[in-house]
Design a protein around this ligand. Structure first.
Ligand code: FAD
Length: 426
């Protein structure tokens, strides 16, 4: 078997796996190098996290042909309620006002992981190399060369393009010395799920983002009346919260969130994630691109990180399909320049929005509190402003690649043409 691939994806988590899925029927030969074995009890990307997927991301999964496998575990978000704890101001975004059936969907990461794995299982043009570890990487104008350590020994590969989807601590980004903007928020996100068994009917489908002195607290609606909790706490507070027993945890949560969802019960296990902002200053090198958390790791406020990574996937897919249809080099300078140009503004705007929210709502001074309240009241009273914000949360701003319009990456006319030309090939 040839050791040359059109594309090598390093990191087969939510974003790397999605890129492989998007390209699985394009005819490209793809390898995925993943450090965790297929049989691992916990895949670090498909863990207990519950993800708020934007409306645009749902379209991307639809275009990839995966939405029908994910939908049974998805709960639609019909409204978003934003408030500042202890103050009167609040704002609402609503699907009805935006003319869509939902602003987004809440989905366990595990459900997306299962759909991705199923779509890639035994695919003839995709090789999983796992558990795999890159021991050498050499990029040059002609091709990328990689040495991979696998359970049965070393393997040498070459590729037209290497995409690093190896997460926030990306070892490839580090190996290539790509500089970062890096901010440690000094906070941790504690996640769990709870049951809101007596939630008033009017709160059905409402996601709550409540800003508190130690950071935002999100409650996201899930199937079967459960809510996903993303509780941001200062690093010094987090161990104490994690050590609480179920009853004490729910009592603290209820005190922080209030009574909008009635009595909260049956908390699931708690997990904590340290929070940082990491933004790579460049997202391409010769025959190399960064996507997902490897390019941008954000604070989970407003649930933007994976949605931003999926938009990287959609754009890179468009560029790779376009290159293929014109017989252009899939790792060439033109493609990489276009990727950098098309993704940079979205990365900066989304990172700026999440970082700005964390800092604005984290300021304790009375002027900031007043400003926040006026801001929330203003947002609630000004439909054009609300509409703008809703479009950004829904991931529908700017130029939309094919997948982000809910279309398959390759048109059916092109597939028919490709099939007929391969039959003609002797
Ligand atoms: C508490 C919390 C809540 C969140 N909520 C939301 C939300 O509601 N909405 C949203 O859009 N985003 C959310 N996010 C962000 C989202 O989880 C991430 O953006 C997303 O998981 C990034 O996926 P990724 O595939 O880029 O990276 P990861 O999920 O980090 O996956 C990286 C993959 O690469 C593999 N890997 C790592 N190193 C190597 C290596 N050297 N070689 C080979 N493989 C390697 C790993 O095993 C893993 O499979 C949240 C994040 C947190 C922490």
């Amino acid at each position: 078997m040839s050791n040359h691939y059109d594309l090598v994806i390093v990191g087969g988590g939510l974003v790397g796996g999605s890129l492989a899925c998007a390209l699985r029927d394009t005819g490209l030969r793809i390898a995925i190098i993943e450090k965790v074995p297929a049989s691992a009890a916990i895949q670090p990307s498909y863990d207990e996290r519950v993800i708020a997927l934007s409306h645009g991301s749902r379209r991307i999964f639809t275009g990839m042909g995966l939405w029908s496998a994910i939908a049974p575990e998805a709960e639609p978000i019909r409204r978003i309620h934003i408030s500042d704890r202890g103050h009167a101001g609040f704002a609402h975004l609503s699907a009805e006002e935006e003319g869509v059936d939902s602003l987004g969907e809440v989905v366990p990461a595990r459900a997306m992981g299962a759909a991705i794995e199923q779509a890639l299982a035994e695919h003839p043009r995709i090789d999983w190399l796992r558990p795999g570890r890159i021991v050498a990487l050499n990029l040059n104008a002609e091709q990328a060369r990689l040495e991979v350590m696998l359970p049965d020994g070393h393997r040498s590969l070459s590729a037209s393009l290497v995409v690093a989807a190896d997460g926030g601590d990306s070892s490839l980004r580090e190996r290539l010395g790509i500089p970062l903007r890096d901010r440690d928020y000094g906070q941790q996100a504690i996640i769990s799920t709870v049951l809101a068994e007596q939630a008033p009917a009017r709160t059905r489908g409402t996601a709550f983002e409540r800003f508190t002195r130690s950071g935002p607290l999100a409650m996201l609606p899930m199937t079967q009346g459960r809510y996903s909790v993303v509780w941001t706490a200062w690093e010094r507070e987090a161990p104490g919260i994690l050590a609480l027993d179920d009853q004490a945890f729910v009592a603290r949560l209820q005190q922080r969130f209030g009574q909008r969802l009635g009595r909260l019960t049956q908390p699931a296990r708690r997990f904590a994630y340290p929070l940082r902002l990491r933004l790579a200053r460049q997202i391409t090198r010769e025959r190399f691109a960064l996507i997902g958390n490897a390019a941008h790791t954000l604070h989970p406020v407003a649930g933007q990180g994976f949605n931003l990574g999926l938009r990287d996937v959609a754009e890179l897919t468009d560029l790779l399909v376009e290159a293929q249809s014109t017989a252009a080099d899939p790792g060439g300078v033109a493609l990489l320049k276009a990727y950098q140009r098309r993704r940079r503004a979205d990365h900066l705007a989304t990172a700026g929005l999440t970082d700005g929210l964390v800092r604005l709502f984290g300021l304790p001074c009375p002027h900031a509190q007043l400003g926040r309240n006026l801001g929330l009241v203003g947002l609630d009273l000004l439909p054009p402003l609300r509409h703008r914000l809703a479009r950004r949360f829904m991931g529908l701003e700017g130029r939309l690649p094919r997948l982000a319009r809910g279309l398959p990456p390759v048109s059916s006319a092109f597939l028919r043409w490709a099939d007929s030309s391969s039959e003609e090939t002797p």
